[in-house]
Design a protein around this ligand. Sequence first.
Ligand code: 4GP
Length: 833
Amino acid sequence: VEASIPEPQRAAWSRNQIQSFTDKDGFEKEVVRHVETTLARSMFNCDESAAYSATSLAFRDRLIKDWNKTQQRQTYRDTKRVYYLSLEFLMGRALDNAMLNVGLKDAAKGGLADLGFRIEDIIGQEHDAALGNGGLGRLAACFLDSLASLNYPAWGYGLRYRYGIFKQEIIDGYQVEVPDYWLDFNPWEFPRHDVTVDIQFFGHVSKTTKDDGKTAAIWEGGEIVQAVAYDVPIPGYDTPTTNNLRLWSSKASGGEFDFQKFNNGDYESSVAEQQRAETISAVLYPNDNLERGKELRLKQQYFWVAASLYDIVRRFKKSKRGWNEFADQVAIQLNDTHPTLAIVELQRILLDIEGLEWDVAWDIVTKTFGYTNHTVLPEALEKWPVGLVQYLLPRHLQIIYDINLYFLQTVEKAFPKDRDMLTRVSIIEESQPKMVRMAHLAIVGSHKVNGVAELHSDLIKTTIFKDFVEVYGPDKFTNVTNGITPRRWLHQANPRLSELIASKCGGNGFLKDLTQLNRLEAHAKDAAFRREWAEIKYANKVRLAKHIKNVTGVTVNPAALFDVQVKRIHEYKRQQLNIFGVIHRYLTLKGMSVEERKKQLPRVSVFGGKAAPGYWMAKQIIHLINAVGSVINKDEEIGDLLKVIFLEDYNVSKAEMICPASDLSEHISTAGTEASGTSNMKFVLNGGLIIGTCDGANIEITREIGESNIFLFGNLAEDVEDLRHAHNYGSHSIDSDLEKVFGTIESGTFGTPHDFSAMIAAVRHHGDYYLVSDDFHSYMETHRLVDESYRNQDEWVSKCITSVARMGFFSSDRCINEYADGIWNVEPLVVQE
Ligand code: 4GP
């Protein structure tokens, strides 16, 4: 019940409200206040960590005001909202982003300097919020930034993992995983102990007859776990809109622990129950493009979607509208199949709790959901054993069976007697054991299905979802090419370049409308501008070189060509192709005379990325990279001509330092395997060129920036199947240069050959599924072209400038607008301050 507060009192409150700081002095006062009161420390012993905490709290206070107003505005205007359900949000650091988005970074810089700190050091104190694995989670984070910056009424829903993605250490060349406990001090979240939802698991279903004579299902028994909301403000850039990311944390229902058991002397089991409940949101599964089908993972999924839907429905009900308006008020986007149970849960709520008829409920459900697919890799497609679903969620399994029944009935009508079709599209796979195919459920329960780059969206229509295109027609399937937020990936990561661009683009407008970058094109041939551009790149390389020295002890020459591949380690992404190429380069250099060598271009090959802890081959790849580095980096004959660096614990904040420092980055997946890629966009936007295959968004990047500004190589997606077939059923000869590389590894040059034999066997004897040998020659030839091209620095820099000028398409603002128009049907909420 809201207290009724007399008007004069309300007016007095708003007059006396604490004013947000707007300048350096105001900021300093706030920092001192937080150090001395919130942190209970004195300014005399304020170290960098305390200064970080106080600075964050000062900015957080600012955000809270806008955040509250945004929520009030959205409630008051009651327009359609979009809900982005993602099991991963790879946010990175928040402070720098908050300072830039509210336009007060300079004030903070000055204020911190007065207090004796460098702003970079303070920003560097923050622990990354690493609640994601790779591209899928980072995309969700970029989307949140765009949704707020474009003033869309939007919420993100996820899980508040106590442990994000593990921290990677490299010990003796091997990856070692260390837990990432990131919540010690997190000023960016607000626990909402008043916002809780009881989530049911297990139990059984019985039928009851209602007053009107109809039967209804009742799900009873089992166990209850409580979901507690933690809210994270998401500030838009240059707008007061501050949206909300709500992360759920699990807790035993009914308090800290069972006092009854405690009093009876059964202390251990009362705590055990508490711990079991808390396990649900304890840890992020560290798999990228891979599903392992663990029971706890399914529990996480249901826990999170049930809490989120309860919240969404509760908010909808506040508006007192009829259910027929639900889909006009609510759009829910499923980030991959992880939240697919939300479809079943909404149907359950409408049917069992709200008492709607099946067809009426199902119509609402399908109008509400949209589903984004992020991969065609078969090992990543989610399936759950029917038995497990039945055990954990008995009522949901019944509903899934009914959804399937009605769906298959319509398919049968359209394709009479086509039994194979029914088997292929069925939500239930008739295997041993039977499985629920989550992608099929997501397609059937959504009104739109999208891929994340043109090639990928075409591929899903012709391969994994081909039958569904026949069933529903092509219009249900669409493409929204991924994008990245230019605020974090240019303005924040590369402030000097951003400033230089602003000087030629008529100010910072390009950060809100990235197509304005095209104004740069006219300056690509301007020698003075090129010089400034090159200086900034060089400074960014010096910064990375220092970091490399600090963490690896290896000295690299900033004048060398920096060649970077940073992303999750995966055979399909082909870091093995890269390292084989590096070995080949090394052998070539070793075979040269001293004179010849002097003419060569120095290179630094930088790798970074985590392997899933259970992915043995990926870990072998990391080991080989490190083994090769430790030999080459010590080889005095080679010196600066080649260095090989593996940067441990690649994450968002490291990416912000690495992207601006690359001359060339590698996006070299086997054609048809990388759905989109988004780091390709980040590297080009930061004035680097790319070497890549005709895969994912590389194709659209080429279309936008022009073929002469990208180094493409390798076989095309359409040829992959034939090549694989030939490897397995024809003769498979390995590229002769690659054989030399294998020979060197096998001779023990990089340590015990046995360690790497499986990697070689995968190419030689096991069908070379990823086409490493097929693409090796053209890969090496293309690297030769890169070297040649880099020698002409004027032309190289012109290419970089031209490419940046043409990158406007790849803003996540563009893609959010496409989702809003084509899938969600939501409008921005104009802010009238
Ligand atoms: C990734 C895709 O592998 C990547 O190509 C894409 O850019 C990204 O999603 C965002 O759409 N998929 C995953 C995953 O991270 O776990 O499936």
